[in-house]
Design a protein around this ligand. Structure first.
Ligand code: WT7
Length: 658
């Protein structure tokens, strides 16, 4: 392992608090005891195909039934529910209306400036059909990749569902990414169209989106992109290129409000979503129709034990997998009411989250540890001003949650009555993998507890052997599951190598390596320790150190760069860059600023280094590999522990210390 998780292990090893599900939560829950959970685990283990097959038949609508549950004849390339035909947009809309949910609210949206829009399932169905027909008018259809670069407006969810309806895979690019990052993704995915907005609101400022799309497409950089559909959100003036650019309000509202859902093969691509890895450019994670739908659907039902009268709110952005699975597809596929909020807590409204909970009587709240820690720092007086009695369940996702933040969340936000559901998963897994079940699992602050039924998670050494209780190791999944990613777009080799061949088990069975370190305690609880590869997690956002390094090196003043994560109380990790300069350049505050902006332009503001240190040289092995372990210690202000005998030039260390 490249990073040493032992320190964080120490801090949670002493965690002995256990919170049993309260009887009233358990009584009403679908999965209402640990023994019921264990029975499901056993059923899934004994006959996985029966378990998944029954779930798929029961939970999804099929235009045509599947004839095989899992085809694992060519691992790691899985085929789930072969022969079946379904459509996730149908499952999220038409089926809900058929089930009598037509007049139930599907989405309650609130914009940052405070406007509210509500869509019942019937209304959402109509909007999605109109948008789908508009996409068809633009010549788009089955198999054509459509990129979305959107603010958090209802049209983002509508566009995703419209793409799915006509069988056009979507590729949502987070609106905080730069035009460069957008361009890379448009080219890699060979996008045929982009759906965007003039801009969006973030922290009381207008964020321009359309101008970034224009930049990404300039000089015919993405020849595959033939049209751009633009939602009017901010009314800023933007350039519209005749023939290529169309206003949403010109094209969509006049369409027919009916569009039948394409009958999609189970394994047809549903979406591509890019995420950072430890090497090279971001990977296009590919998810397909039926398996992903089932996994988003089932996990949402299990972990939140969703009820008909719940008002559910996930604070993520649709640009991330959390937004895909737990703002749009999971909730709607279950006929739930999903709140979508454009804003974030900001100086003009620091209590924005609590206000949304109070106003919309949110009963299930799903957010990231980084947000909890930020509130915790400022004390309970702010949340105490709001009435949050409607809450019955709290979830967290994105990074390890420290026991203190977990306790604060439970006590201050949840009034000691709401179970805290810490959910571990990844873009690649499609949905939650390790998580408590509110009616069944006794929770421990800081632990994601147990794998969901059917998920064969383990903690292993480099040979794929289970490590003893209490010891740290690699977090792996031993068996395929329906929501697993199918491949890296355009790069099967990278898919195989980064996930399935990283560890070489002695028995020869392929196992999925997630990139995280973990340990299990004597009760079998999983404690996820964070990444053990060169990926860092800043406020729940995944960043590849190599990506930031190549951004830095593309600046004319930089000769070499090494980027590491440094533990950060608020953000989980922060970005520290060690930089050596080209001969004529010299270190200055001006240059630091310039380099930070450069990274912002190449990737996006979230990737800007928090600290840049200049140095004459970087510590390297004799074979020329940068020793990040040493840089991590230096960045954290720790002594350099461990072996330094492979270091080529030991004097570098003394220089770096200053
Ligand atoms: C990485 C995946 C899953 C949606 C959001 C992030 C870290 C995620 C937890 C958790 C500890 C967590 C892992 C994982 N992570 N949830 N509950 N406890 N770590 O998705 O961008 O694909 O990042 O986030 O390191 O590998 P992502």
């Amino acid at each position: 392992m490249s990073s040493d998780p032992s320190e964080s292990i120490e801090s949670v090893l002493n965690e002995e608090r256990v919170f049993d599900p309260s009887p009233d939560v358990a009584d009403e829950a679908r999965i209402s005891s640990l023994s019921q959970y264990k029975m499901m685990v056993d059923q899934a283990r004994e006959d996985p195909e029966k378990f998944w097959g029954e779930a798929a038949r029961k939970e999804l609508h099929w235009f045509e039934p599947f004839n095989q549950v899992l085809d694992w004849s060519n691992p790691p390339f899985a085929k789930w529910f072969s022969g079946g035909k379904t459509n996730i947009s149908f499952n999220c809309l038409d089926r809900q209306i058929q089930n009598g949910n037509g007049d139930k609210e599907a989405i309650i949206w609130e914009g940052e400036p405070g406007e509210i829009r509500r869509f019942t399932y019937k209304q959402l169905h109509q909007e999605v059909c109109r948008a789908a027909n508009a996409l068809k008018d633009l010549g788009l259809g089955k198999g054509d990749l459509v990129a979305l670069y959107m603010p958090m407006v209802p049209e983002a969810a509508i566009a995703m569902l419209a793409c799915a309806r006509i069988g056009a895979p979507h590729s949502v690019v987070f609106g905080g990414f730069s035009s460069e990052a957008l361009r890379d993704r448009l080219i890699d995915g060979e996008a045929k169209a982009v759906i965007t907005a003039d801009g969006g609101y973030r922290k009381d400022k207008v964020i321009e989106l359309k101008s970034a799309v224009d930049l990404a497409l300039a000089n015919n950089a993405c020849p595959s992109v033939k049209s751009v559909l633009v939602v009017q959100r901010t009314n800023e003036s933007i350039d519209m290129q005749t023939g290529r650019d169309h206003w949403w309000h010109d094209l969509v509202p006049s369409q027919s409000d009916f569009c039948s859902a394409e009958h999609m093969d189970s394994e047809d691509r549903l979406f591509v979503l890019y995420t950072s890895g430890s090497t090279g450019k971001p990977k296009g994670v590919v998810h397909t129709t039926a398996g992903y739908n089932l996994w988003a659907h089932l996990t949402f039902q299990w972990i939140f034990d969703i009820r008909d009268d719940d008002i559910y709110w996930c604070t993520a952005d649709v640009g991330w997998i959390t937004g895909h699975s737990y703002i749009v597809y999971g909730p709607l596929s279950n006929g739930a009411t999903s709140v979508m909020y454009e804003g974030v807590p900001r100086p003009s409204n620091p209590g924005a989250f609590w206000e949304v909970i109070e106003k919309h009587k949110v009963s299930i709240f799903y957010t990231a540890p980084t947000a909890i820690r930020a509130f915790m720092k400022n004390g309970r007086s702010l949340p105490d001003k709001y009435n949050m009695n409607s809450l019955r369940l709290l979830g967290t996702v994105g990074e390890p949650i420290n026991p203190e933040a977990w306790m604060w969340y439970r006590e201050v936000i949840g009034g000691n009555r709401c179970p805290v559901i810490d959910t571990w998963w990844q873009t690649e897994t499609g949905g939650v993998m390790i998580s408590p079940l509110p009616g069944a699992t006794p929770t421990k602050p800081g632990s994601a507890t147990f794998p969901l039924p059917g998920i064969e998670a383990d903690v292993v050494n480099a040979n794929g052997e289970t490590v003893p209780t209490g010891e740290g190791g690699y977090l792996v999944i031993r068996k395929p599951w329906p929501g697993m990613m199918r491949t890296v777009h355009g790069n099967e080799k990278r898919f195989r190598e980064s996930y399935w061949e990283y560890l070489r088990p002695t028995g020869g069975n392929l196992i999925y390596f997630a990139g995280d370190g973990a340990r299990r305690d004597s009760d079998g609880y999983f404690w996820v320790m964070g990444r053990v590869d060169d990926v860092i997690n800043v406020s729940g956002h995944r960043l590849g150190t190599m990506e930031i390094e190549s951004a830095l090196v593309s600046h004319p003043a930089v000769s070499e760069a090494a980027v590491v994560g440094r533990p950060d109380d608020l953000k989980g990790e922060s970005v520290v860059a060690f930089v050596t300069l080209e001969g004529t350049s010299s270190a200055s505050d001006h240059l630091i600023n310039d380099l930070r902006n450069h990274v912002g332009n190449e990737i996006g503001a979230i990737a800007k280094p928090d600290e840049i240190r200049f140095s004459d040289a970087l510590p390297k092995t004799r074979s020329g590999k940068i020793m990040r372990r040493i840089l991590r210690s230096l960045a954290a202000g720790n002594d350099i522990s461990g072996d330094t005998s492979t270091l080529e030039d030991r004097s570098v260390l003394d220089k770096l210390r200053n």
